[in-house]
Write a protein that binds this ligand. Structure first.
Ligand SMILES: [Zn+2]
Length: 157
C-alpha cells in the first residue's frame, strides 16, 4: 500500500523566489531547489521559533514528516552556503492559506485574507500594477490567485 503525500499547508508565499551568491554569473551556478513545504518548515521552526509539534500542526502533517522536511531544508541551505549554489524555492505539494500582493509601483506588500481574494489595486498608492506572489511558486498548488494588471513575471533572467 502506498501512502499519498499529504498537502502541506503554507501560510503565505515566500517574499523571494531565489537567492544567489554575489559576484558569480548565474549561468555557471548550480541550482538547488527547496520545496515550498521545506521553506515553510524552516520559517515556522527556525524563524518563528515554534516547536516541531506546533509547526507540524500548522502544516497539517505529522511530526516525523515535519522533522524530515526541516532536516532537508537545513541540509540544502548549508550546502548552498558552503558550495555556493543558487537557491530556488520551488515545487512540492502545498497550499497557501493567504496571498501576498506586491505593488510594482511603490513596492509595498499587502496581505490578502485568503488566497482567493483578489485585490484590484494597491491599497497604498492605488496602482493597478500588482503581482500575486503565489503565482511564482510552482507545485501541485490548490487553487491559486489570479494576477491582474501588467505586472508581468519578475525574477526572470
Ligand atoms: Zn502601491
Amino acid at each position: 500500500m502506498s501512502r499519498r503525500k499529504k498537502t502541506r499547508i503554507v501560510q503565505e508565499p515566500p517574499l523571494f523566489k531565489q537567492f544567489k551568491p554575489a559576484g558569480v554569473p548565474a549561468r555557471i551556478l548550480k541550482r538547488i531547489n527547496i520545496s515550498v513545504g521545506e521553506y515553510e518548515a524552516l520559517r515556522l521552526a527556525d524563524y518563528e521559533g515554534l516547536s516541531h509539534l506546533e509547526a507540524a500542526k500548522k502544516m497539517e502533517i505529522s511530526r516525523p514528516t515535519f522533522t524530515r522536511l526541516i532536516d532537508r531544508a537545513r541540509n540544502k541551505i548549508a550546502t548552498a552556503l558552503i558550495e555556493g549554489k543558487e537557491i530556488f524555492f520551488h515545487g512540492g505539494n502545498f497550499k497557501f492559506l493567504r496571498d501576498l500582493i506586491k505593488c510594482m509601483d511603490c513596492g509595498e506588500i499587502s496581505r490578502s485574507k485568503n488566497v482567493k481574494k483578489i485585490l484590484e489595486e494597491c491599497p497604498y498608492c492605488s496602482s493597478e500594477e500588482v503581482v500575486y506572489l503565489n503565482q511564482q511558486f510552482r507545485g501541485r498548488q490548490g487553487r491559486g490567485g489570479r494576477r491582474r494588471g501588467g505586472g508581468g513575471r519578475h525574477g526572470r533572467r
